[in-house]
Structure formats: C-alpha cells, structure tokens
Design a protein around this ligand. Sequence first.
Ligand SMILES: Cc1ncc(COP(=O)(O)O)c(C=O)c1O
Length: 486
Amino acid sequence: MPKAPSSKSASQSGSIHKSSAKKKSHLLDSEYLEFLSNALVALNKSFEHLPEFKNDVPGSSRLDGVLTSAAERLRDNYPYFHPLYAGQMLKPPHPVAQLAYALAMTINPNNHALDGGRATSAMEKEAVAQIAAIFGWTKFLGHLCGGGTMANLEALWVAGQSAPAKIVLASSQSHYTHERISKALQLPFETIASDARGRLDLQLLETRLKQGGVGTVVVTMGTTATGSVDPLHKILVLRTKYNFRIHADAAYGGYFSLLENLEPDTQKSFAAMSEADSIAIDPHKHGLQPYGCGCILFKDPGAGRWYKHNSPYTYFTSTDLHLGEISLECSRPGAAAAALWATQKLLPLTKRGEFASTLAKGREAARALHQRLRADDRFLTPFAPELDILAFALRAESVSAASLLSREIFEAAAKRDLHLALADLPLHLFQTLPSTMKRDRQTITCLRSVLMKPAHFDWLDQIWERILASVTDIENSKIGVSRRNK
Ligand SMILES: Cc1ncc(COP(=O)(O)O)c(C=O)c1O
C-alpha cells in the first residue's frame, strides 16, 4: 500500500482538499487524493501541446452541492468496508484500484478496440496474463468482462459453439446463474446434487455421465453459499473416460490457488486448474477491484475462432489484436484494466506475497470462528470452511424453528452493527443435525458469513462477542415473552 504523506506535507503542498485532509475517513484516506492529483499532472503532460479549448462543464457551479446530495443518498448503505460487515461477498477495492480507476476515467478509454483504448488495452493484456499465470497458463485466450456472470456466459457460449446442444452439468450448489445462462444460450442444463461438504458429488456425476449427452461440467472452485471447492482433480479422471469440457467457475475462489496451506483435497483441486478448458475468475471479488471486473480465460487460444466477426466501425488503427475481437461485450471500461494493472503492480499475484497473505488471513478468520462455534453446543455448523465462507445455525426443536432463529439473530446482530447474511442450505450439509430435531423443512436457513477482509481476523473477538450477545438478546426476549404469557 502506498504510504500516505504526513498531514504536514499534504497541507504544505497545497492539497485541493485542505479542509477535509485532517478528517478521519473510513472510506478513502483523503491524503491519497494528493497522489491522484500528482498522477493527473503526469498524465496531462501528454496532452499539453494541444491548443487550448473552452471546456464548458454544464452545471459546474452546482456540482459541489449535487455531489454532497449524492453522498447523502449513499449514506443508506451497510458499511461494506468495515470488518463488522461480514455478510455478503463485498470487499473494498484497494485504494490504488480506486485511484487508478479515477485517473484512467478522466480519459475514459474503451477497451473494445485499440482505436478507443490503446494504453489500457495493453494494460489489460498484461494484467490478464498475470492472472492466467496463477494457473500456469502462458498461452491462452482471455480478457476482462463485466463480472462472473458474464465470464461464465462466455465460457458456456464457447462450450455450446464447440459442442452444440450438449448438456451443461453443474452441482446443485453452483451459482444460480448457470441455469439461466444455459437457458439464454439454449443449452440443456442439469444439476447434480452436492455431497455432505457442498461439493459436486462424484458418484452421482459418474452415474449421469454414463448416460451420455454431456458436453460440459461446470466445476465450482468456491461455492457462493459455503465456499466449497468441487473435486476438480477427480473430475479430470472422469474426463478421460467420458470426454467432456470442464469449465471452472472460480469467480469466487480462483485467487486461493495462490495459497499453499489449504486442506489437502482442496489444494489438489486448485492445483488441477491448469487442466480446465476455461476459467472464470472475478477480480471484483477477491482481486481488490471495484465492481465491473470479471475475467474469462480459455486454455486453447483457438477459442478465438468462435468470436470472429467483422465490425464496420472499429479495428482500423492497428493490425494488433483488438480485445473486442475476442469478447462478447462491445464497450468495456479501460479504467477497470488500469485499476487492475495498478493493483497487481503494487501487490503481485505471487505465492507467499502480500496479496496471498491477505487471502490467508480471511481464511484463518473463518476457521477460527468455526472452532468457536463448534465449541459452543448451542450452535450447529455444517463443516470446516475450505475457504473464508462459513455457515451456521442454532439448535432448536425443529428445522423451521432454527430457520426462524437465524433470521432473528441476523436482525439482532445488525442492531449491534454486526452484519451477517442468510442462506438456505439443504439439510444433508448438516451431518450433525441432532436426531431429536424435527425435520419439518427440506432446507435450513442459516447465518452465513463471508470473512473476506484480512481485518476480519483481527476483529474476530469483536465479531464473536456480538454473535453471542445477539443470541443472548433473542434468548432473553423469548424468556420475556414466555413470562408474559404465563
Ligand atoms: C461462484 C460464483 N460464480 C458466479 C458468480 C456471479 O458473479 P457476478 O456477481 O460477478 O456476476 C458468483 C457471485 O457471487 C459466484 O459466487
């Protein structure tokens, strides 16, 4: 992380944000804004030779007021950046990503064609090659896209082009969009139930493969609900027998390939990723990027043939590859590429590097929280988290009562500024469900926590205290109700 100058040097250099420079901000340290103004000066040098022009900015006299109004509107948000926000997959973009995005946005390049985004297309190619290198790929085809859904759509689109009308198989715990994407692509889609750890069940997969007609198996490298990692290394063995494409949906978990102390099976699955036909990975999840940054990679650079098209408007300035020639989207933000490039320059994607250690910390937080939950017999936990996501519930007389309790704790925790999430999980993920607990529902609503910020580890005591206090709040309110009813 760039070291912020002391407040003395910021004010001496005449920062444009003098008045706010000393105010503490949870969001973006206002002293970093000085780095942005320095970078803008450097960027502007390229254009100084151009004749002056009158840059009328409509409404500029009202801009400050409108921006403050926007800030007031934006106050209606959960504090996603704070360690007490431990609900959904939300991680603050690194300041370098925020600043590089803002810097590039002043140019607003479009990475469709080199005509619209020369520098940022080169930055995208470099940044994507660094991501591909995580999986050992040096020759590949890949680009950035809007997010995980778009990346998965491109992967299944290429799969459908190479094996038309063949079935797409995914686990019942795979992201819900695979079914919808397959529908959009008019590809038949089927699910395979997950095993007790939320991973694609190998035996059921093989039974289905024997029946034939399968073109692609989607292997989820970190499910949305529980961070479970499908056994890719074992699915590769089935591929030699039944011949299908493998698309690794690593939108969430892909970066965990950089870690070396995962559970042995999980480690083997990640190590096998180089054998997948395509990989979706989201820099806007664990890659410290703002939303709008997904990435799709194909092992075979020949996948580019399916994208071939003529554009009567673009691709004129260079015979080099224009990224629009190999992506389904037309306009794409060059600023997203600049942000990713800058982030990876600051925090290279290396094993044992600073970036990898931040991922490891989130995972440690999830495992430590899981141990605390297991040690308290009021809680039910399905299995030890493979990554940094964990789900839990409370014991109750029935599954519906436990589900209700999860909702109550979710609300009580929010009142204590701890923001968790909820997820409906199939009962077979809870092997330790007491036999006395009435199974009056097929799924149990659990509390779910995504501990994806490294600060979650340091805040574990505070998170735990708030969980316990929220449980006590609910227990006390129930005692109060039963007393009043007597
Ligand atoms: C495993 C997985 N795949 C795909 C997606 C969809 O990604 P996006 O929300 O970036 O479109 C998600 C989102 O949570 C996910 O967890």
